[in-house]
Design a protein around this ligand. Structure first.
Ligand code: NAP
Length: 409
């Protein structure tokens, strides 16, 4: 089998060869442990689903601490270009080098590659301990805008010359009332970036037959940023998906609350209210599309509702390429101990296989994970919460998942 790159066709669909070359970044801290387990599980799933007909040719990228040690660079332009050229990549968590001139390698990767949608599915795996009474009702997917909002990095510290200049302008020219000594941060939210994010969330809902897309915003207070996000979200639904979507307003006015077959309902909720609703009535929410900061908060809160960060996968997707990654950080105190839970990265791998159209392999992973956890074979984080569970190492957990795949096959 000849190794080849995945390519993207003009219509945005992927052309995936039987032996695609997929770049990976092992990650820092516990990254090497969870990556080793994940790679074993992904390879096992591809084998279980397709035998010798398909295989992944992994290509390591030296990024983060390993990159710095071996090449003197934390994140090279060459590594970014390789990801772009190969269309699909996967990464472990990376340490943010403090005081070394880089804000965050993770944020840099997302911004440089214009990976504008941070996608985080949240679904319960039985019997993972959860603070919810009925965690099985949680089946949501957050589409978080990744490139703007207060994450754009336009900030000026209190007392700096830049800050004084901005404050003076706002006071003098705009009549703004700003307290003495305040620091300033700017929150840009644009129509084009909102619309491409919301369009990708609606496309996902349509392709997967999901009932609704909720625009989560704080537009009652921040009218021209979060409020505009809401308006532009509804606009793009009308402009691009008029035949496949209805608003919640139309649902009640025209259809008496009964959603017609094949239509995705577009609704909106104010951010603070949605935090209540996902606790009280989680089954009323499916896809959530939201600006950057709200998305950061709600995806971690939802992850906690289904058992914590060790269980939460993620993907960063743009028009040219996609990078799949665990939601959690490097958990440095456990580095090299072969201890932490690799499920977040394993599930990110399952998302990657789905994105490539290798659905059978992705299903093999999800089924085997469910069987393994249900049998009480779990890493320390879950073992400490499940009575009678058998605590295993990170690598042993990976092996157990693969062996459960073989049994299923
Ligand atoms: P963290 O690495 O996510 O770890 C915080 C705690 O979460 C751990 O001590 C552990 O809790 C739990 N945890 C995390 N991953 C786990 C896993 N796989 N299995 C089980 N439990 C897990 O957060 P942090 O300590 O704030 O951040 C450390 C570094 O990671 C920083 O340099 C940060 O910048 C970076 N970071 C990277 C990313 C990324 O690459 N996308 C994301 C976030 C943070 P217990 O101690 O209770 O067991």
């Amino acid at each position: 089998m000849e190794s080849k790159k995945i390519t993207k066709l003009d219509d945005g669909t992927l052309n995936v060869p039987d032996c695609p070359i997929i770049p990976y970044i092992e990650g820092d801290g516990t990254g090497p442990d969870i990556w080793a387990a994940t790679q074993m599980v992904i390879d096992g799933a591809v084998k279980a689903a397709y035998g010798d007909k398909r295989k992944i040719d992994w290509l390591e990228l030296l990024v983060g601490e390993k990159g710095y040690e071996k090449t003197g660079e934390w994140l090279s332009g060459k590594a970014l270009k390789t990801i772009e050229d190969h269309v699909v990549a996967i990464k472990g968590p990376l340490t943010t080098p403090v005081g070394k001139g880089i804000r965050s390698l993770n944020v840099t990767i997302r911004q440089k590659l214009d990976l504008y949608a941070c996608i985080r599915p949240v679904k319960y795996i039985d019997p993972v301990p959860s603070p919810m009474k009925s965690p099985e009702k949680i089946d949501m997917i957050v589409f978080r805008e990744n490139t703007e909002d207060v994450y754009a990095g336009i900030e000026y510290s209190s007392g700096s010359a830049e800050c004084e200049k901005v404050v003076a302008f706002l006071r003098k020219e705009m009549g703004a009332n700003i307290p003495e000594g305040a620091g300033i941060g700017i929150k840009p939210i644009s129509a084009q970036n909102t619309k491409r994010l919301v369009a990708s969330a609606i496309t996902h809902a349509i392709d997967n037959n999901l009932p609704s897309v909720t625009l989560m915003h704080k537009g009652n207070i921040m009218k021209f940023t979060e409020g505009a996000f809401r308006i532009w979200g509804y606009e793009v639904a009308k402009e691009k998906f008029a035949d496949k979507t209805i608003t919640e307003d139309e649902l009640w006015k025209k259809y008496n609350g009964n959603a017609p077959e094949g239509k995705v309902i577009i609704k909106d909720r104010i951010a603070d209210m949605l935090f209540q609703q996902v606790l009280l009535r989680p089954d009323e929410y499916s896809v959530i599309a939201t600006p950057n900061l709200n998305g950061d908060y709600i995806s971690d809160a939802l992850a906690a509702q289904v058992g914590g960060l060790g269980m939460a996968p993620g993907a960063n997707i743009g028009d040219t390429c996609a990078v799949f990654e665990a939601t959690h950080g490097t958990a440095p105190k456990y580095a090299g101990l072969d201890k932490v839970n690799p499920t977040s990265l394993i599930l990110s791998g399952a998302m990657m296989l789905e994105y490539m159209g290798w659905k059978e392999a992705s299903t093999a992973i999800r089924d085997a994970l469910q069987v393994t956890v249900k049998a009480g074979i779990v890493t320390y984080d879950l073992a400490r919460q499940i009575d009678g569970a058998k605590e295993v190492k990170c690598s042993e957990f990976g092996k157990a998942v693969v062996s459960n795949m073989k049994k299923a096959g």
